[in-house]
Design a protein around this ligand. Structure first.
Ligand code: ADP
Length: 543
């Protein structure tokens, strides 16, 4: 027999229609370059997004053609998230922290036809304009200044199209809607293209109670850039559920984020650990007698926060919990849409003591539904779920990429049976919690034994004087590699290598696992997505 269900294609257009018809009064708040707040309703978002889609069609955008965005987090970027696919185009988010050369290369590789750009980013555009020629550059007047005449004004484009009849282009659920390039931490950036289907399935999974857990009454602050892995997918979920969105614009300094959280308290926020680390350090410093910021900020008690993109230290989770904010760790990649695992209390943990809950919150967590995950040892076999045996994480599922844009499928990226090789090294425990120990390229092999840089970093960041710690391998004649710890101290505080080693020994590290050397540095270099950039440290400390 046949199932009797309709085969309606999964579509982002459905989410846009839902938002316009069911949630016209929901709010979108964007912080502008002058730090004022601009308020929009979902009703306006709906009208403007459809007008933008109509305008793109008017400009001749054909199905599957790429429209690049070079924008901060704000309402117009959200309009691109839905308007470009509504016109059957593919939104390609460019990462504004990349170098002009990389941006030019990526835009060329993606064959971007149009560009939507914030006016405040035009100086960056002018540095790579010679590397790729966009047929039209549409400037969003984010700062309110007039758009230079050589460009197309986003607002004028919309104004011409508002109220015109618009019909969605017919499409298949497997048609592409968005494209991101991997940030190239470990090589040349590669394009990943998401479909209507993969995006809708990822959105449904993300919205589940133990992950974003989105409710209509929530207010979401995405600090994660909208150019990074589709802002982890949360804009799609918010629009699906009609949830209030608060966009920080270009203001990501901890003072600015704390101001915004005080003015527009979110119930869910998302970001990488480095931003959250500086946020809590700034907040805690402001609580001290004599601080000029005493009493300036209120942390949103009860807020949940999805933190990922890099390991989340247990000390950070404890520091936020002391203020009634629970950090939920997620692991994923551009290639995985990106949510692949989340660390949440499974039913077995309902009565677990608090220490155990903190310990687990500092793990990458459990695979989300629809994601198959296995940990493969060097012998090609699945590792036992003993919390100790490490191997490479491999994943498979409907929102995981099966190739890269115009790149032949490489065996070091995909297995013969079609799983994505993540390059992350991890173990899995009896409850199915994944613990990331390293990226393949960051592993330290000392005397034939692996040392986890992530474990050392997390322990070092537990020292009250340590703001950040990044551990890399340095060559060693006898042991082949040894760990080198690069430590950033908090302002006005001190710690010696002996003191740090004592801390590590107390945390049950063996003597041979201790860093060979400590380097006290001003700051850990960051990648374009805010992660520790160990490649730069390895260049600086070759041995
Ligand atoms: P890139 O791979 O170019 O850095 P991504 O943003 O896709 O860009 O990064 C994915 C990688 O980030 C993962 O492969 C993993 O190494 C790291 N990562 C993401 N989340 C976590 C996490 N919770 N713990 C440790 N590492 C993480």
């Amino acid at each position: 027999m046949h199932a009797t269900m309709m085969n309606t294609p999964l579509s982002l257009n459905h989410l846009l229609e839902r938002a316009g018809t069911l949630f016209p009064k929901s709010e979108i708040v964007s912080r502008l370059p002058d730090k004022s707040l601009r308020h929009h309703t979902y009703g306006e978002f709906y009208q403007r997004t459809r007008a933008f889609a109509a305008a793109l069609k008017g400009l001749g955008l054909q199905k599957g053609e790429r429209v690049a965005t070079l924008c901060w987090n704000h309402h117009a970027h959200l309009e691109c998230y839905f308007g470009i696919p509504a016109a059957a185009g593919v939104m390609h988010t460019l990462n504004l922290r990349l170098s002009p050369d990389e941006l030019g290369w990526i835009a060329g590789n993606a064959k971007d036809r149009f560009l939507v750009i914030d006016d405040i980013l035009l100086p960056l555009y002018r540095q790579f304009a010679h590397l790729h020629s966009f047929e039209k550059v549409i400037v969003f007047p984010f700062s309110g200044a007039p758009v230079p005449v050589e460009f197309t004004d986003y607002e004028a484009l919309l104004a011409q199209a508002v109220g015109k009849t618009f019909t969605y282009a017919p499409h298949d659920e497997n048609d592409p809607v968005a494209m991101c390039y991997t940030s190239g931490t470990t090589g040349r950036p590669k394009g990943v293209a998401y479909s209507h289907r993969s995006t809708i399935l990822h959105t449904l999974v993300g919205c589940l109670g133990d992950f974003w857990g989105l409710k209509g009454t929530d207010s979401v602050l995405p600090v994660t850039p909208m150019f990074h892995a589709n802002c982890w997918g949360v804009p799609y979920g918010a629009v699906m559920m009609g949830v209030k969105l608060v966009f920080p614009g270009p203001h990501l300094h901890p003072d600015d984020l704390l101001d915004l959280m005080t003015l527009q308290p979110p119930s869910l926020s998302l970001g990488v650990p480095t931003i959250w680390m500086s946020l809590i350090q700034t907040y805690d410093a402001a609580q001290k007698e004599g601080s000029p910021n005493l009493g300036r900020w209120k942390l949103p008690k009860g807020m949940r926060s999805l933190v990922g993109g890099a390991a989340v230290p247990e000390t950070l989770i404890r520091a936020f919990d002391a203020h009634g904010i629970w950090l939920l760790q997620g692991w994923g990649m551009t290639e995985t849409s990106p949510l692949a695992t989340v660390s949440y209390p499974k039913s077995e943990l309902v009565d677990a003591p608090l220490d155990e809950r903190y310990r687990r919150a500092a793990l990458a967590g459990v695979p989300v539904p629809l994601v198959d995950l296995r940990v493969r040892g060097e012998d090609g076999q699945d590792q036992p779920w003993d919390g100790k045996s490490v191997g490479e994480i491999q994943v498979r599922g409907p929102f995981i990429t099966s190739s890269y844009h115009e790149v032949p499928v490489e065996p070091d990226k995909f297995t013969a049976d079609g799983w994505l090789r993540t390059g992350d090294v991890a173990s899995m425990d009896a409850l199915g919690f994944v613990k990331i120990s390293d990226r393949t390229k960051d592993l330290i092999k000392s005397g034939g034994e692996w040392i986890s840089s992530v474990d050392l970093e997390n322990a070092l960041m537990g020292h009250p004087a340590v703001a950040e710690a990044a551990v890399i391998a340095i060559p060693d004649e006898k042991w082949s590699e040894r760990p080198l710890a690069c430590v950033v101290l908090k302002a006005g505080l001190a710690a010696t290598p002996t003191e740090l080693n004592t801390l590590l020994l107390g945390k049950s590290f063996a003597k041979w696992q201790l860093p060979e050397r400590y380097e006290f540095i001003d700051a850990v270099p960051r990648t374009s997505t805010g992660k520790f950039w160990k490649m730069k440290l390895r260049e600086r400390f070759p041995g």
